[in-house]
Design a protein. Structure first.
Length: 251
């Protein structure tokens, strides 16, 4: 008689509202073989990852949910000689996403206000989420506020160590507007800890900033910028403020 490796799992009723993302099991995360011997479905790993990452922001903001290479402003930027090469680099990153994330490679997009940095970064994060990868998406001020809230968490709530573990273990950490925060020893410590942990474990970081390398060193410290420089391919986004161009009218 075959050895029973687990109890029989009810096939449908308890899991009628759950769906296997791979279309294999009945939503329970288990597959019943001969004589009701249960084995885990491959979707369990994805479910466990989602559970582990609960409590971090992985949502594309409403303004960027329709972002695409085939739609403005990205399609317009692809025809602009000032930005065409950057769009090509972003497209290459998306098309080679699995390999880039596996190697811990990221992107550092910098340029003036309104040039499209956040749009391109959201395009990458959106592609990663669509591929089932884990992503944490924060503007730096919101990320620091999220960390501060852990200090006041109730027993059983999200502790600092728990949040730090989630932020350092996701496939892609997306930090928007790096350098927008007020400089302090506490801020420098938090940023260095996050970046250094992802640097050592070879996990990808995606950042946008208005600051070049020299100015960013002054804002967040040379140690952190040095690690980001090695982890990320730097893209300089030229051009004027596209927000004004979008909403301006001809007199």
């Amino acid at each position: 008689m075959a050895e029973r490796r687990g109890p029989a799992i009810a096939r449908s009723e308890p899991f009628r509202d759950q769906v296997c993302t791979l279309g294999i099991c009945d939503g329970s995360g288990w597959i019943l073989g001969p004589e009701d011997v249960a084995r885990p479905c491959d979707c369990r790993a994805e479910r466990l990852a989602r559970g582990h990452n609960r409590g971090i922001s992985s949502v594309i903001p409403a303004r960027y949910r329709g972002v695409s290479f085939d739609r403005p402003p990205v399609s317009d930027m692809a025809r602009d000689l000032q930005t065409k090469l950057v769009i090509n680099e972003v497209r290459a990153f998306v098309e080679d996403l699995d390999a880039r994330l596996a190697d811990g490679r990221g992107l550092w997009i910098y340029g003036d206000t309104g040039t499209g940095k956040t749009t391109l970064a959201m395009l990458i994060s959106k592609a990663a989420l669509e591929e089932g990868r884990s992503v944490a998406i924060y503007s730096l001020p919101k990320l620091l506020a999220r960390i501060r809230r852990t200090y006041d968490s109730e027993p059983g709530g999200d502790s600092y160590l728990s949040l730090f573990d989630k932020l350092t273990s996701v496939d892609l950490l997306h930090i928007d507007d790096l350098g927008a925060e007020k400089r302090s020893d506490w801020v420098l410590e938090q940023l260095y800890a996050l970046v250094n942990e992802r640097y050592e474990t070879e996990r990808s970081v995606l950042i946008t900033t208005n600051l070049d390398h020299e100015k960013l060193e002054e804002q967040i410290g040379a140690r952190t910028v040095s690690r980001l420089s090695q982890m990320c391919h730097t893209l300089r986004l030229e051009g004027g403020d596209r927000r004004y161009a979008t909403y301006s009218t001809v007199a």
